[in-house]
Design a protein around this ligand. Structure first.
Ligand SMILES: Nc1ncnc2c1ncn2[C@@H]1O[C@H](COP(=O)(O)OP(=O)(O)O)[C@@H](O)[C@H]1O
Ligand SMILES: [Mg+2]
Length: 450
């Protein structure tokens, strides 16, 4: 097995998927996991699967049939069956197919490790894959989650990291755009150079030009000293423009020139200075819409979008929630001794739509740790916005119900903050623009206002 080949896990239980994912990662294999038989078929077709681990008790298409076809269509593939002893006893076809690898429930990390170690002899990880430096491993590991979209993001990050070309990171608020920008920097050979953040939404417009491009002494009334500006301070490192859509159009033009000509002119200066940093820009706004409104320069957009990374919303990669909760519990619960949560707690998190994405999940875990009286998080430790979901079994919510939940969450946010939209957005972990849009969409204009 080369580093390009993977382990595919088909199981309804998120914990099992995470368990196997962890173990195979340690052996140097990539893993793909799904709870859907149909998706598993797609993933097999995508190529590169060397080991297929299947739950025989899964609902949906007959798992045994899936395995039979996979063994027929993908020579060299190894199948591993999971199930209770009773299920295995009935799986007579497995014997006929010559399958000899089983995980009998209940099983733990030790059993998984033993089985995978056994398979590793047949599927050795390719020697040609060079080991990654620890800084790269650390940076990639900081982006928690093994869902397909997250694996794709790690690949994009690695590709972007070794180039100097500008990178655009797109995605809703809280999806991890800034984290990805850091990872791009840390995974590349310029990781010891500066990483400079420009928060375009918070720098005052009047100071922005000199903040960014620097100024010479006396170039304006309060300029008693020269300043080099953030672009210069980034050196050969990375300059990250957060919320680039908020950058005034005239500065967008100046930035584009800097990128193209590799030089900048400080405010009030005659001569230019070199500009060598790699530009990473993030935005959560619809750039095409912003261009139509004249708020985003087309030429800058075309320069940036050549390499773009799309951060998917958390609701489209819910399989990452479990790993993320463990990650945030380790961060926020360790001092308190809170290291666990009830299945119902997880169930509620899985039902929720996460308009504020990972940031909202992080805030939720942190708040639950602060609220809980025990050592394990329970449903009662969740804010009331979650209680609307109570009593439902796991499964997918239809979009009407999701919208209803979202509407109620925003309504409650507005009521709790007395109609302060900015505070409500913060509380819900969503962007300002998003809350304004949603308020309009759900006709909540007068809510929470006394
Ligand atoms: N995949 C992830 N793994 C761990 N933490 C994450 C992940 N994605 C986001 N976060 C955390 O969520 C918060 C919001 O992420 P951030 O990068 O600021 O999002 P954005 O810039 O898209 O609004 C940060 O605290 C970040 O560390
Ligand atoms: Mg951000």
């Amino acid at each position: 097995m080369t580093a390009e080949t993977s382990v595919l896990v088909l199981d309804h239980d998120a914990e099992t998927r995470a368990l196997i994912g962890e173990s195979s990662k340690k052996l140097g294999w990539k893993t793909a996991a799904t709870d859907s038989g149909l998706e598993a078929v797609d993933m097999l077709e995508g190529g590169g699967i060397g080991i297929f681990i299947v739950d025989l008790d899964a609902p949906g298409p007959d798992s045994m049939e899936l395995v039979r076809r996979a063994l027929r269509d993908y020579p060299g593939l190894d199948a591993v069956l999971m199930g209770t002893a009773a299920t295995m006893a009935k799986a007579t076809e497995a014997v006929r197919l010559g399958i000899s690898n089983y995980l009998i429930r209940p099983f733990g990390a030790a059993e998984v490790k033993r089985l995978l170690a056994h398979l590793a002899e047949k599927h050795p990880v390719s020697e040609s894959t060079p080991a990654r430096p620890p800084e790269v491993e650390r940076a990639l590991g900081a982006m928690v989650g093994d869902s397909q979209p997250m694996q794709k993001i790690r690949e994009d990050v690695l590709r972007a990291a070794v180039k100097r070309m500008p990178v655009m990171v797109l995605g809703e608020s809280g999806t991890g755009k800034e984290l990805a920008a850091h990872a791009i920097h840390d995974c590349g050979p310029w990781r010891n150079e500066p990483f400079v953040v420009v928060d375009c939404a918070s720098i005052s417009h009047s100071l922005m030009e000199s903040e960014l491009f620097g100024h010479v002494r006396g170039s304006f009334t309060s300029a008693s000293q020269s300043r080099s500006g953030l672009l210069t301070e980034a050196g050969r490192g990375t300059i990250f423009f957060d919320e680039i859509g908020e950058l005034p159009v005239e500065h967008q033009a100046k930035l584009l020139r800097a990128i193209q000509e590799h030089e900048i002119r400080r405010v009030g200066a005659n001569e230019t200075v070199p500009f060598d940093a790699r530009v990473v820009a993030a935005t959560n706004v619809d750039v095409k819409e912003a261009m139509r409104n004249g708020k985003f320069r087309q030429d800058l957009y075309f320069r940036l979008k050549v390499f773009s990374i799309h951060m998917p919303p958390l609701r489209d990669r819910k399989s990452d929630i479990l790993a993320l909760v463990h990650h945030f519990l380790a961060r926020y619960g360790a001092d308190e001794g809170v290291t666990d949560f009830s299945p119902q707690f997880m169930n509620q998190l899985m039902q929720y739509n996460w308009p504020g994405n990972v940031r909202e999940l992080e805030n939720t875990v942190q708040a639950a740790v602060a609220k809980t009286r025990g050592l394990r998080l329970e449903v009662d430790d969740l804010p009331s916005t979650f209680q609307y979901c109570s009593g439902r079994q796991s499964g997918s919510l239809d979009s009407a119900r999701l919208q209803d939940l979202e509407r109620k969450a925003i309504l409650e946010g507005l009521r709790m903050t007395g109609g302060d939209r900015v505070k409500a957005a913060k509380m819900l972990g969503i962007g300002k623009t998003t809350i304004y849009r949603k308020i309009k969409e759900y006709h909540l204009e007068d809510e929470g206002v006394e």
